[in-house]
Design a protein around this ligand. Structure first.
Ligand code: DAH
Length: 382
């Protein structure tokens, strides 16, 4: 293809260079570029043309370099002529680019289809589930926080002292046998660390770290070497502790009753305190909650059946002495509750082992929506 040439004689006078530009042939270049622009059939091609014309090694920059080699009186008019060429080619290029981009978009739109009948893909907020143990822990925490309790924590691996001795369970005490303890090898001090068998050692940690008045709950994992339909080697408890100068059994009863009413969402709850024994409390009690079975449904708080749900009592004077508190001045109450157990009861989950089998179908069925955070104002288990 031979680019059309404008004869020199037909150019307007203003564009006529004042020197012989024939070897540089601006007109030839311009028509060549315009032709290339004109015939470029897609965005890639037009980009090629742009690079060939304006790119670092393109024709127009090459032309500009020639300016330096010209005699001084010719530079100005040649430079102006190149600039005009640049403008015209630039304009043509841009117009063509826009036209091609518009055509490409129109073609894409014509081809693409959105199938609005496809099902929506659920995101993590809709599909993810909070495990019932986490949910129930949050529910318990919310209720006690509302009564002014703080959350305390301790490690899963405990000292023998915190888990047993300080809680008035000295070495050789038969209660140690009841706990089916997982022991670690002896440390340098000759004592064996343990996987804590209950959350009660957090009482000790709290009393050693802070001065009364104390009002804490301590939820967490506990471990015992025990496994059947109702026992797993790891399970969850929440410990409660109140220490002050005038704390008595009436406070304990009120706190537990308020807790159970809020937790089970009932107006009234039947409770029974049975004398029991724990080394760290005196007196010690186990608390049963009344329920009725109507068909398959369990109704908490009414009826004449009893279910044991927690242990409690007044903190034993020896425990207070072990943490350096004067039992003549301070006293208080403590309680311990199995989280998994009351979760099963509240949400009708029959098998404890399913809690820890990581079965997604179970979690989908019994789990909670991630944003259903339990609050007393908004509902504990909405
Ligand atoms: N630590 C006891 C257990 O694991 C539960 C318990 C009973 C805790 C009575 C207490 C309490 O604080 O006062 O079986």
């Amino acid at each position: 293809m031979t680019p059309p040439e404008t004869p020199v004689s037909e150019r307007p006078a203003s564009e006529t260079p004042a020197f012989d530009t024939t070897p540089l042939d601006l007109d030839g270049l311009e028509s060549e570029l315009l032709h290339a622009i004109d015939t470029a059939s897609d965005l890639d091609k037009i980009e090629e043309v742009r690079v060939g014309a304006f790119g670092r090694k393109g024709r127009i920059p090459a032309l500009m370099q020639e300016v330096g080699a010209l005699p001084p009186d010719a530079r100005k008019s040649f430079g102006q002529a190149v600039n005009r060429l640049k403008d015209r080619v630039g304009e043509a290029l841009e117009a063509k680019q826009q036209a091609l981009a518009g055509a490409a978009l129109a073609e894409k739109l014509a081809q693409e289809r959105a199938d609005v009948t496809l099902p929506v893909r659920l995101g993590p907020l809709a599909e993810g589930r909070i495990h019932p143990v986490s949910q129930v822990t949050d529910e318990i925490t919310e209720i006690f926080a509302d009564m002014g309790f703080a959350i305390a924590e301790g490690p899963d691996i405990e000292t023998d002292f915190n888990n047993f001795t300080a809680l008035n369970i000295p070495p050789e005490h038969p209660a140690r046998q009841d706990h089916d303890t997982f022991y670690f090898p002896e440390g340098a001090d000759g004592a064996r660390p343990v996987l804590r068998t209950h959350t009660s050692p957090v009482q000790i940690r709290t009393m050693l770290a802070r001065k009364p008045p104390l009002r804490i709950i301590a939820p967490g994992r506990v471990y015992r070497s025990d496994s059947d339909q109702t026992h797993t080697p790891m399970f969850h408890q929440v410990e409660g502790l109140v220490i002050d100068e005038e704390t008595h059994l009436g406070h304990l009863k009120w706190v537990l009753e308020e807790f159970l009413k809020a937790f089970f969402g009932v107006e009234r709850v039947k409770m029974r305190y049975r004398a029991s024994h724990f080394p760290f409390t005196e007196p010690s009690m186990e608390v049963d909650i009344g329920y009725a079975k109507v068909g398959d449904e369990i109704r908490i708080g009414e009826g004449d059946r009893w279910l044991e749900i927690l242990g409690c009592g007044m903190v034993h004077p020896n425990v207070l002495k072990n943490v350096g508190l004067d039992p003549e001045r301070y006293q208080g109450f403590a309680f311990g509750l199995g989280i998994d157990r009351i979760a099963m009861l509240k949400y009708g989950m029959p098998d404890l082992r399913a809690f820890f089998s990581a079965d997604l179908r179970w979690l989908k069925h019994y789990g909670f929506a991630p944003l259903a955070v339990p609050t007393l104002a908004g509902g504990l288990s909405s």
